[in-house]
Design a protein around this ligand. Structure first.
Ligand code: B12
Ligand code: SF4
Length: 333
């Protein structure tokens, strides 16, 4: 049995719809070690904005979690995105010759700032609602957007919320086991003590071998999974973590670490095969910082692709590839 947490609710904070692989990975990791812990994955992306607070309340009443794990993936900030023309208007504001175009662009820009700000505020308000109405529940937060903006976000969250930068498996496990999660616990925690922001380091990265998604289990704890079924859905699958490079603009080594850790090809393809056969998925995105980080990655990458062919998985896949790594071995893709 677990020490302290017997039930966990994972909340996928709203973003443009994308499969919640982060919290699914955490839930799977906990389930393998503590199958008796009750878990549910709740996706706020598929719920209209005006109904989100009440939907979360209802979910909390139903699940009665000891721990709520919020996963915050995206904070959209003036970058190209279908359905979001903010960057285009930013360019027009700075470079259009016609002053009327610049004026219109500045008004549109203000509207975007307001929309982003309101989105962030409404996510933050969910924490305050739970803090007020369900004070016994512990709260954690992690995910890409939180990790990128932790310093700004943590000071706006209730005291007691534990933030995690980067990978979260070991930290959630410690919470389940009732172990302390503070600056001495060997995790990349960030939390508030009064006005002071405390941070911790994680000297030992998570072992990602054996972390192969048990898709039937995820199906059982994710009632909204249907919206990620079918040939048009895209599912994220992580084959490795970490990037050894140091591109100036990029956060990925900060998020995932510099040391590349591989999942066994067999586990990766078993995961793909489960989504393929059980959910009817035909499109996959390898969510690695880089699928082919360098020549050291060739054996794993080749084995993954060969196993996909051998298992007759008729899929489309997509990934970022560190291009110089290809030239060294004349890859044909
Ligand atoms: C793959 C990827 C994509 C793919 C997604 C494909 C797919 N179908 O899944 C593509 C290219 C489509 C994409 C698009 C975008 N992305 Co992107 N993406 C990534 C990337 C490289 C990996 C994310 C991932 O799935 N990792 C694998 C899973 C297992 O990890 P995870 O979700 O991070 O979860 C782990 C931890 O975060 C943590 N964790 C997560 N939740 C929680 C909760 C708790 C309580 C705890 C303790 C821990 C925890 O534990 C998990 C397991 O270790 C990250 C950068 C990175 N290296 O992390 C950027 C990243 C998440 N993306 C980002 C952004 C902004 C976007 C876009 C909005 C960009 C744009 N302007 O269009 C879009 C929109 C995405 C959408 N909602 O549709 C940003 C988010 C930060 C921010 N600025 O808000 C990131 C961090 C990159 C960056 N710029 O730094 N993305
Ligand atoms: S190679 Fe890619 S993931 Fe790695 S640091 Fe550079 S841009 Fe980021």
């Amino acid at each position: 049995m677990s020490g302290h947490m017997n039930s966990i609710l994972y909340v996928w904070l709203p973003c443009k719809k994308v499969y919640p692989i982060g919290p699914a990975t955490l839930a799977d990791f906990v389930h393998r070690r503590y199958p008796n812990v009750r878990q549910r994955l709740f996706d706020l992306s598929v719920i209209p904005q005006s109904k989100r607070v009440n939907a979360l309340r209802a979910e909390v009443r139903d699940v009665r979690p000891d721990l709520v794990c919020f996963s915050w993936r995206d904070i959209q900030i003036y970058s190209p995105h279908e359905g979001d023309e903010s960057l285009e208007y930013a360019f027009r504001f700075f470079y259009a010759r016609n002053p009327i175009k610049r004026l219109v662009a500045s008004l549109k820009g203000l509207k975007f700032v307001y929309t982003y700000y309101r989105g962030i505020q409404s996510n933050l308000s969910l924490f305050w609602t739970l803090d007020r109405e369900f004070p016994a529940i512990r709260m954690m937060i992690g995910g890409g957007a939180f990790s990128a903006f932790a310093d700004q976000l943590i000071e706006k969250l209730p005291e007691g919320v534990i933030g995690i930068l980067g990978e979260g498996e070991d930290a959630v496990l410690k919470m389940v086991e009732g172990k302390p999660l503070d600056e001495t616990s060997g995790e990349r925690v960030v939390f508030r003590r009064g006005k002071q922001i405390i941070k911790g380091e994680k000297p030992i990265p998570t072992t990602i071998e054996g972390v192969s998604m048990d898709v039937p289990y995820i199906s059982s704890i994710f009632p909204q999974r249907d919206s990620y079924h079918g040939a048009l859905a895209t599912i994220g699958v992580q084959t490795k973590r970490g990037c050894p490079y140091d591109c100036q603009f990029c956060l990925y080594p900060y998020l995932e670490g510099r040391r590349v850790r591989y999942r066994p090809a067999e586990e990766v393809v078993t995961e793909i095969s489960q989504y393929y056969h059980q959910w009817g998925v035909r499109r996959f995105w390898f969510t690695d910082a880089q699928f082919i980080t360098g020549h050291e990655a060739y054996p794993q990458c080749i084995e993954i692709l060969e196993r996909i062919i051998a298992e007759k998985l008729d899929i489309e896949w997509c990934q970022a590839i560190f291009v110089p790594a290809l030239f060294r071995k004349n890859w044909r893709i």
